[in-house]
Design a protein around this ligand. Structure first.
Ligand code: PMP
Length: 354
């Protein structure tokens, strides 16, 4: 319950519910799409070296990090803004590019933070239903005239639009910003980053949380036309100029300097996903065509939240969403091979009544 002083503006606000972060270390955590591998060794060393300078404020422009990231992505530093997780980049985009005449548009089944960003900023929004097979049909957005937010690959389905589909949307909505949230793109999606020079209405949002093993550090960014980035910076300097702390900037640079380490882990996660997909299919699970670091699954023997509850009893956390249309589905993050073997064993036991 809120206090008697809580602003009436937020009376109807339901906050975003993050996945559980348990104290118990023994649980196998497949519930929040983290990377199962630790950050690269260089990250630890650079963070240590940065500690003595924590008496100083961080660089509000994240200059050194933006420069190396720009070089890696083949864009200019002016095309990038670094943020406190990609959640902050998304929030800035809602603040900067939506208003009464430009509602936020996003699928009914997608990242659950989108409606919360709209509500906290008192912005109108419209949810466009995914098709029956969980597909985003780009033509469903035609004539809607707002700012479009698409997670690609989408969450929690893991399904992806092709680059051609994204480009067609950019062309058919020249007066709308299209925000493409590429949190999971490195696990098998096609990135739209290469299009930012050609479309002034494209904003690509990315994170170091998933493919770069830095979820706890809170580092993300947005890439786009210089004017769009300037608008986001206005939001940054109006809320939290030092949004990316010095440890995160140092760690981000180190992470990019040792990026082969991350690439290797991405390959392993994708292999583990395909292995798990085959095993679960053999046990009678239905699954979407996920190109992310998670699988979206359902099984006729486990209605609703039962699978989540029964796996938890066996020490494995997965994510279930209490949301219309997907109550019979669960999302399982991809971990190490050992973790996925434990998951498959647990599912076998449940199906044989053990
Ligand atoms: N976008 C999507 C689709 C996500 O699933 C997440 C992770 N919860 C985020 C953005 C935010 O990630 P972060 O703030 O850790 O970068």
């Amino acid at each position: 319950m809120s206090s008697r002083f809580f602003s009436a503006r937020y009376a109807d606000l339901t906050a975003y519910t993050p996945g559980e972060q348990p104290r118990q270390r023994k649980l196998i955590k497949l519930n929040t799409n983290e990377n199962p591998f630790p950050p690269s060794p260089l990250v630890e060393a650079r963070v240590r070296e940065t500690v003595p300078r924590l008496n100083l404020y961080s660089d509000p422009e994240s200059t050194a990090l933006r420069e190396i990231l720009a070089e890696r992505l083949g864009v200019r530093p002016e095309n990038l803004i670094m943020t406190n997780g990609s959640d902050e980049a998304l929030n800035f985009a809602f603040m900067a590019f939506c208003d009464e005449s430009r509602p936020a548009l996003f699928p009914d089944i997608t990242y659950g933070f989108y409606p919360v960003f709209a509500r906290i900023n008192s912005l109108p929004f419209r949810e466009i239903p995914l098709r029956e097979d969980w597909r985003i049909a780009p033509e469903d957005y035609d004539g809607c005239g707002g700012t479009i937010f698409l997670a690609n690959p989408n969450a929690p389905t893991g399904m992806a639009l092709t680059l051609g589909q994204v480009e067609r949307m950019l062309r058919s909505h020249p007066d709308s910003v299209l925000v493409v949230d590429e949190a999971y793109v490195d696990f098998g999606g096609e990135s739209a980053l290469g299009l930012i020079g050609r479309y002034d209405n494209l904003l690509v949002v990315r994170t170091f949380s998933k493919s770069r093993s830095l979820a706890g550090l809170r580092l993300g960014f947005a890439a786009g036309n210089e004017a769009l980035i300037r608008d986001l910076k206005t939001m940054q300097y109006s809320t939290n100029p030092y949004n990316v702390d010095s440890l995160a900037q140092a760690a981000g640079i180190a992470c990019l300097e040792q990026d082969e380490y991350n690439m290797e882990n991405i390959r392993t996660v994708c292999e583990n996903r395909e292995w798990t997909r085959e095993q679960l299919a053999g046990l009678g699970f239905s699954m979407t065509e996920s190109r992310a670091n998670f699988l979206f699954v359902s099984h006729p023997a486990f209605p609703g939240s039962t699978l989540r509850d029964r796996l938890r009893e066996k020490g494995i956390l997965i994510r279930w969403f209490d949301q219309e249309r997907i109550r019979d589905w669960s999302r399982i993050s991809i971990g190490t091979r050992e973790q996925m073997e434990a998951l498959v064993r647990a599912a076998e036991e449940l199906l044989s009544g053990r």
